[in-house]
Design a protein around this ligand. Structure first.
Ligand code: RP5
Length: 161
């Protein structure tokens, strides 16, 4: 199975959040790679990675970062692949800094920004799956089954009140 999704993050400390995106991709049987790439500490690697991703067969990039979270936006600036940005919950400002750094892109260079923290990482995995699912019915039906399971869980939750 060829790697379709790149999950990148600004620091190893982001893994606690980004592993939730990877769990969703595992669950939906989507092949991915994961890598620490820092916009500030390894800028040349970031540009090279973004420039080469499409040529390597990557379809979607999920990029997580916290604080001055420039990774998703800078990667988006160097590729035409869809980039999903995950704001990591920072200690100092609870992730509001990360959110604003990622979401406030100038017109012309989009980053699909999800919620701060774990829910955002889960949704980033799902959004990547839905993008792939638009062209791959097998992936789309696995996403559909996951939705049905969530729905059943909510309906059953009343019984345990
Ligand atoms: C950002 O700075 C990373 O994405 C991380 O969220 C934050 C802190 O990084 P560390 O100091 O923990 O490596 O670049």
């Amino acid at each position: 199975m060829s790697v379709q999704v790149a999950v990148i993050m600004g620091s190893k400390s982001d893994w606690e959040t980004m592993e939730h995106a990877c769990s969703v991709l595992d669950e939906l049987e989507i092949a991915y790679e994961k890598k620490v790439i820092s916009a500030h500490r390894t800028p040349d690697l970031m540009f090279r990675y973004a420039e080469e991703a499409a040529g390597r067969g990557i379809v979607v990039i999920i990029a997580g970062a916290g604080g001055a979270a420039h990774l998703p936006g800078m990667v988006a600036a160097k590729t035409l692949l869809p980039v999903i940005g995950v704001p990591v919950q920072s200690k100092a400002l609870n992730g509001l800094d990360s959110l604003l750094s990622i979401v406030q892109m100038p017109g012309g260079i989009p980053v699909a920004t999800v919620a701060i923290g774990r829910a955002g990482a889960v949704n980033a995995g799902l959004l990547a799956a839905q993008i792939i699912g638009a062209f791959d019915p097998a992936v789309s039906s696995r996403v559909q089954r996951r939705r049905e399971a969530i729905q059943a869980e909510v309906l059953e939750s009343s019984d345990s009140l």
